[in-house]
Every structure is written in C-alpha cells, then in structure tokens.
Design a protein around this ligand. Structure first.
Ligand code: AR6
Length: 182
C-alpha cells in the first residue's frame, strides 16, 4: 500500500529489511548499539563487521535518538540505528520516545542528503510495544514529518516482517490517508 505526503511516497511492504536497496535502512537498536536479536541481529549478520566497528566508536545512543553508520555489505549505503523504548505500562513516555526515535532517524536521513529510507516496526518485537499503538505512533510521526519539515525525501518505506504487523499498519495508513494509491 502506498500514499503520498509532503511530496514523498510512504509505502508499506511485507519483507526483510536487510534486502532493501533504499539509501538507508533503519535498525531497531538498543542504547548500547551492542547488537542483539531480531532486526538488529539480521542487519549485523547481513552487513558484516564494519557496522559494529562504527557502532563501538560511537559508543551508544539514548532511547528516542538515532545514530548513522555505514551499511557495510548491505545494498543500503547507510544504517540508521534508532533506539525505541522498551514498553512498560504505556504511561512512562513510551509514545513520546517512540515518535522521537522515528523523527531522529528521518532528521539524520535529511542531514545526509538521502532520498529513500526503509524502517522496520520499531519496538514491537523484543521491546513489546503493543502493535496497534506502535503503528499509530510510527505512521502519524512519519506523516507529520513529511508534511511539516523541509526534506528531500522521495520514499519512506515500512518493511513489515509478518502479516499481522502489515495489517495493523495498513489499517492506520487507510485512516490517515483515505486516498491511498493502492
Ligand atoms: N526485517 C523486518 N522486520 C523484522 C526483521 C527483518 N529482518 N526481523 C524481525 N523483524 P525487534 P525491538 C520485526 O525485536 O522490539 C534487539 O535484540 C519483528 O517481527 O527487532 O525494537 C535489539 O538489539 C518486529 O515486528 O526490535 C534490541 O535490544 C519488529 O521487526 C531489541 O531487540 C521489531 O522487532 C529491540 O527490540
């Protein structure tokens, strides 16, 4: 499913983030930038050791922020490591931190002159953010950024790993944009 916001295409696909040929892919990282399972494990496995070398030099990243490294052996030239919140009770600032992780990633993409970026569903795996709420925060934040900030982005793609995640994101995107492009 695709829709247009602020001159960029916002696209939802089911697939594997490591296979994307966008300028950057976003990693669902932890604040140590230390590697792990899920998206993080898949990106480091596919991208090779150069990515971890740069992560070690950076040293870490607070929750709600993002840092950029090489894409190593990936097709994407860069990896943007975004740190979403661990979900606790829903009243510990999780929505603000999740929105901030998406915004920081987009800001880095723009500062580096990138035109296309692919996101996974941050925080909805090991960090247990309820999917429905996370989809809402993710898409409203990206749409808000594309509509309100100066950017040269042409494509923002969400790469969703399973059918249930894709359905929830599609439901939210339909609500945000009644005129999806199909
Ligand atoms: N491509 C796209 N999406 C994927 C892929 C993939 N290759 N693999 C998993 N997903 P998670 P988090 C989906 O756990 O919740 C790590 O250990 C997955 O099904 O990767 O932000 C880090 O080091 C889910 O929908 O990220 C951190 O410590 C979504 O991606 C911690 O997990 C996010 O799941 C981050 O947890």
């Amino acid at each position: 499913m695709r829709a247009e916001f602020g001159g960029a295409v916002l696209e939802l696909v089911q697939g594997d983030i490591t296979q994307q040929a966008t300028d950057a892919i976003v990693n669902a990282a932890n604040s140590g930038l230390a590697g792990g399972g899920g998206v993080d494990g898949a990106i480091h496995r596919a991208g090779g050791p150069k990515i971890m070398e740069e992560c070690r030099k950076i040293g870490g990243c607070p929750t709600g922020e993002a840092r950029i490294t090489t894409g190593g052996n990936l097709e994407a030239r860069y990896v943007i490591h975004a740190v979403g919140p661990v979900y606790r009770d829903g009243v510990s600032g999780e929505d603000r931190l999740l929105a901030s992780a998406y915004r920081s990633s987009l800001r880095l993409a723009v500062e580096n002159g990138l035109r296309s970026v692919a996101f996974p569903s941050l925080s909805t795996g090991a960090y247990h953010y309820p999917l429905r709420d996370a989809a809402d925060v993710a898409l409203s934040t990206v749409v808000g950024f594309l509509q309100n900030e100066r950017h040269g982005l042409e494509l923002v793609r969400f790469v969703l790993f399973d059918g249930r995640t894709q359905e929830e994101y599609e439901r939210v995107l339909r609500r945000l944009s009644p005129h999806t492009l199909g």
